[in-house]
Design a protein around this ligand. Sequence first.
Ligand code: SF4
Length: 217
Amino acid sequence: MNSAAQKQIAFAELVTQAAACQLCPALVERRAVLSDKNGSVDARVMFIGEAPGRQGGDRTGVPFSADNSGRNFERFLASIKLTRNQIFITNAVLCNPRKASGANRTPTVREAANCSNFLREQIALVNPRVVVTLGRIALDALRRIRYHEFTLQTSAGQIHEWGGRLLVPLYHPSPQVLASHRREAAQLEDYRAVAKAVRRINRRHGRAMSSLHKHRS
Ligand code: SF4
């Protein structure tokens, strides 16, 4: 069996484990949003959000789709000419947290800690060269996997090294964040750092391939 097939099998096992997970008492009614719909397990770029939205990922099974945050995300992604089949996208917390009213709520620290093993496994499996976090919860979730001191206030829209990968922290694309913390123009500018990081890893990959070919010839 080749390594691509082994990777698909390992991902399918992770999907099964997440679907059966009941670690968070308040989320046992929700389904974990993790499947082939998250994107390519061979992607070089991985986006990590906060948690699936009630009208978005929880309903469609596709993270960041069909709600306002999803539509904003898709617009920002298109601005740097990346498509969903070139990326893998997931959330720090795989199940949708809701208030008693049914509205989305921020995941608790305990829920994010509970789900950090799934995030660690996804990063190890996809092995992205560029990691992009969407919002504070996602950036904090990475800290549990490998310590860093980045914050949105000091590091958003910049390229950093994190555990042998490039990390670009971004603000969350929700309408509330766009209205109060990081407006459209600033977010579009931040996404240019993602494009720059992708060009950088593509150049590195090109150099590695050309030295491999020289070595073989
Ligand atoms: S959020 Fe993560 S840890 Fe919590 S129940 Fe869902 S899959 Fe399990």
